[in-house]
Structures are given as C-alpha cells and as structure tokens.
Write a protein that binds this ligand. Structure first.
Ligand SMILES: *[C@@H]1O[C@H](CO)[C@@H](O)[C@H](O)[C@H]1NC(C)=O
Length: 298
C-alpha cells in the first residue's frame, strides 16, 4: 500500500463517447420528426497532413452521429476571394448548419478576413469576433463557444467540479484556447489569472490555482511541485516528444508532468485521452444546437 494519494483521472474519451451517443439520438429524433438532417461544412485550404487528418476525423465523427458533411478543398495558392466564395455558398445553403474553416490558413491569406465571412449563425467554431465579443460581455450570450475550451468546461461539469468562487489559472492566451477558456471560467464565476510567456512569476501564480487549464504547447512545462495540493488540472497540450521505445519514434505528452502531478492534483486529464476527444464532440454539439436554433426546434 502506498500512502501517497492519487488523483481522479478525468476520462475525456469516455465522456466524449457519451456525448456523441447523446447527439446521435438527438439527430435521429430530429430527423424522424421533421426530416431535417444537420449539416456541417468544412473548408480545407492547402495540403498540410495534420489538417487533412483533422478534417478526415471530423467527417468520420459527423457520419457516426448522422450529421451530413460538406467539404470544400482548395489549393494552397488559392485567393482570399476563392475561399470567401465557398463560405458565401455555405452561408446561404439551407442544408448547412455549421461552417468551419480549418486553421492554419496559408501565409498569404488574411485569417481575420476569412473568419469574418462566416455568418455568425453558422459559426460552430465560435471564432467570429462577434461571438468572442459576446463571450467576454456580461449579460450577452455567444451563439457558439470555441470547441476546445468548451470541452474543458464540459469535463469540469461532468465531473461535478465546482467553479464558482474558485481560483482558476489558464496558461496560454491564444484566440482558440487560452483566451476563451479564461472567459468561460470567468462566466462561471471563478477568479481568473492568465499566465503567458511574459509572466514573471508563473510558478507562484500557478500554485494558487484550484483549477488549472494549461494550453501552452510546451511538453512537461508544469511540474508537480508547481501545483496546489488538490488542484484540478485540465491539460490541453498535445506535444510530440522523442521516444525510442515507441514504434513511431515519438509519444504524446501534455504540458503538465503527469506522473508528478497525479500525486498532487485531486483530478487530472491524461494526454492522450483527456481534452483531445472532447473537441470534436463539442463541434458536433455546436452543430446540433445550430440546427435547433435555425429551425426553432426543441
Ligand atoms: C455567476 O454570478 C452571477 C451574478 O451573481 C449569477 O447571476 C450567475 O448565475 C452566476 N453563474 C454561475 C454559473 O454560477
């Protein structure tokens, strides 16, 4: 027997599966009663292998829950106008309820201009500035919340972790994860701090966290000794590090030293199998809420 306490492992894979099952039965119910099939359109520009893999996984996840997928694949050297033309078509296509533009876009494309072109009613990625702006404001509600931070919150909720009044620290301030995660925690009435590359005393701030969401993209950045005993740790990092024992030559690790942290934290997400599977589940969930809003369904 060991006297060292060990944390609850937050099983994102299991939760994501449960959510996908819930969505599948909702999609079937809507189809049965109204004949409406939810549709998700993905725009892929260029031929990055990682982006192609994400898009393929999204398509497969849609199929599994009965959401119809639409795809536009454009060459690396296409123009902003080409992309916007496809977005406009999807904006006005009544069979499409969600549109996402796979990021990153090629260097010569202005990302802001492209994301602004997606109608906010179909902005299932939640990246439109109007949706982000509403997320930041009291008394306003965004139509969609970005999928990865929404997945983090969903894990906290499904594991009955109280957020109100807690100290929450977010590592990273990206538009896609860190910033919206901090806004969501604040909306849930936590007191938030954001730690980033220019923060002078990151350890000191992180040690105050009752809830830590890390989206730094730095392998094993957060040591067990940086955590407050009993903290809840949500690790968004998915970092490839060399591993001679793996046939692939690498393995995936989070931003947090899992071995060290799991004897200090009260609950922690593993990498892989934590936040990762939640992102696509939230994309499907956003697509389902979109179809319900557009058609005023219960
Ligand atoms: C957060 O606090 C506000 C203001 O007291 C309250 O209206 C709201 O319901 C709270 N939300 C949560 C999730 O606790």
């Amino acid at each position: 027997m060991t006297t060292q306490s060990s944390s609850i492992i937050i099983d994102g894979k299991l939760v994501a599966k449960k959510i996908r099952d819930e969505i599948a039965s909702e999609v079937a119910r809507i189809k049965g009663s109204t004949g409406i099939v939810p549709g998700l359109a993905v725009i892929l520009v260029g031929s990055r292998k990682d982006s192609q893999t994400y898009v393929r996984n999204k398509k497969k996840a849609c199929e599994e829950v009965g959401i119809e997928s639409f795809e536009a694949t454009l060459p690396e050297d296409c123009t902003e106008e080409d992309i916007i033309k496809h977005i406009s078509d999807f904006n006005s296509n009544p069979s499409v309820h969600g549109i996402l533009v796979q990021l990153p876009l090629p260097q010569h494309i202005n990302e802001e201009k492209i994301l602004n072109a997606v109608t906010i009613e179909k902005d299932v990625d939640g990246f439109h500035p109007l949706n982000i702006g509403r997320l930041a404001m009291q008394g306003r509600d965004p139509l969609f919340v970005p999928c990865t931070p929404k997945g983090c919150m969903e894990l906290l909720h499904r594991y009955n972790i109280e957020i109100k009044g807690k100290r929450a620290v977010v590592i990273g301030r990206s538009n896609i994860v860190g910033m919206p995660a901090a806004l969501l925690l604040q909306r849930a009435n936590a007191t938030i701090s954001i730690v980033h590359s220019k923060t002078k005393n990151p350890e000191e701030i992180i040690r105050q966290a009752d809830i830590l969401i890390s989206a730094a993209g730095v392998p094993n950045l957060v040591r067990g000794s940086w955590l407050k005993p009993g903290a809840v740790v949500i690790d968004v990092g998915i970092n490839a590090v060399d591993d001679s024992e793996s046939p692939r030559g690498y393995k995936l690790v989070g931003d947090v030293c899992f071995g060290e942290a799991s004897s200090v934290a009260s609950a922690i997400t593993p990498v892989p199998g934590g936040v990762g599977p939640m992102t696509i589940a939230m994309l499907l969930s956003n697509t389902l809420s979109s179809v319900k809003r557009i058609h005023d369904l219960k």
